[in-house]
Design a protein around this ligand. Structure first.
Ligand code: 5GP
Ligand code: MN
Length: 345
């Protein structure tokens, strides 16, 4: 099966970048998810495998608890905790690999440090509209995940035979999380061929599923139930749904990072629903509302995320941010839904 993504020139560029690099930094977007963390760690495992001894994975902030089991996770350096160490790593780097994000603003507070680096940059990503000021841009929005791209690159570089179970587990994790356990964005045969290749490395697929998706605290499950029962609004005639989550509600259920992950997908279980919006107060920054959007049944939420929520993302899974109160955010969501009423009804 054809897995190669790079043409002759691109693969030569990639080989060159790797052979000329000694000090390598890998970074991913803020609030790294399964794909951001999985792809970064998989790429780290590969680079170590080919003899790179100084590879540092630098993340803007924490990964959720349900990803802490990922092999190599304990070596991740967080910019919000150890800014000096991250600055030093970027300063010394002779190759910076940007994984699972398209624009440098997606690393938020770490952006200045990233942009100050003069090292050649390698971008590996599957979001729309990537920045292209890189030594090599590997951008494939049609791919399920950055992890899938990383697998294909390693394969094309001839690294499959020596791929470790650690590397394979990281790749599987990101492919699984970015496709909702292979329920969307995952219909191309190559994906299942790759899964077969990962299974041949002895990864424990069921254990990975359990570690990621069966990891709620009792409080987290009750918080999710509360939102669906008491907060979810459904505009039946427009096949749209939204909910708000306040700081008080999160405090009441002892919220920790990751507790709301994936909840925005649940309203999509309503027959015929086209759009689900999550509006959640930021627990760290005042007057900031974090927005998640999901779409299906022929509607695409990405333009809405860009137009109304200062964001973007994938066609059917987007996000953004509002600098306003949760009440104002709710009004904006209603306005956004009405703006697209022709497509939603
Ligand atoms: P989530 O809802 O899981 O936080 O984000 C879904 C997708 O939306 C992410 O994979 C990312 O592509 C995109 N996204 C989330 N937040 C932002 C944002 O603030 N700006 C942009 N451009 N995209 C975002
Ligand atoms: Mn991703």
């Amino acid at each position: 099966m054809e897995l190669n993504l790079l043409n002759q020139d691109e693969i030569a560029t990639l080989r060159n970048l790797l052979s000329n690099a000694t000090n390598i930094v890998i970074c991913a977007h803020k609030s790294p998810d399964g794909d951001a963390t999985g792809s970064s760690l998989a790429w780290m495992h590969y680079l170590k495998q080919i003899g790179k001894t100084n590879v540092k994975v630098c993340m803007p902030d924490a990964t959720p608890d349900f990803l802490h089991w990922l092999p190599g996770h304990n070596s991740v350096i967080r910019y919000d905790r150890r800014p000096k160490e991250v600055e030093k790593a970027f300063k010394e780097a002779d190759l910076v690999c940007c994984l699972d994000f398209n624009q440098s603003s997606r690393v938020e507070a770490m952006k200045e440090v990233l942009e100050a680096s003069t090292a050649p940059r390698l971008l590996i990503d599957h979001h729309l509209e990537p920045e292209t000021n890189n030594a090599l841009t590997v951008s494939h929005p049609e791919m399920s995940s950055t992890c899938e791209i990383v697998f294909r690159l390693i394969s094309q570089l001839g690294g499959y035979e020596t791929m470790t179970i650690q590397c394979a587990s990281c790749i599987y994790c990101g492919m699984m999380t970015d496709t909702g356990g292979f329920t969307y964005n995952s219909s191309r045969p190559e994906i299942f061929y790759i899964i077969g290749q990962l299974l041949a490395k002895n990864i424990d697929k069921d254990e990975i599923y359990n570690r990621v998706f069966h990891n709620y605290s009792t409080n987290a499950l009750r918080l999710r139930a509360h939102i669906i029962l008491n907060k979810m609004k459904v505009i039946e005639e427009l096949h749209a749904s939204y909910y708000t989550v306040t700081k008080e509600e999160m405090a009441q259920f002892h919220f920790i990072k990751g507790d709301m992950e994936g909840l925005v997908n649940i309203p999509q279980q309503i027959k015929g629903l086209k759009l689900s919006i999550s509006l959640r107060e930021d627990t760290e920054k005042p007057k900031t509302v974090l927005v998640s959007l999901r779409s299906c049944n022929g509607f695409h939420c990405q333009p809405m995320a860009a137009k109304f929520f200062n964001g973007g993302g994938h066609a059917d899974a987007s996000g953004g941010k509002l600098n306003c109160t949760i009440e104002e955010a709710e009004q904006i969501a209603i306005k956004a839904i009405l703006y697209y009423k022709e497509e939603l009804q």
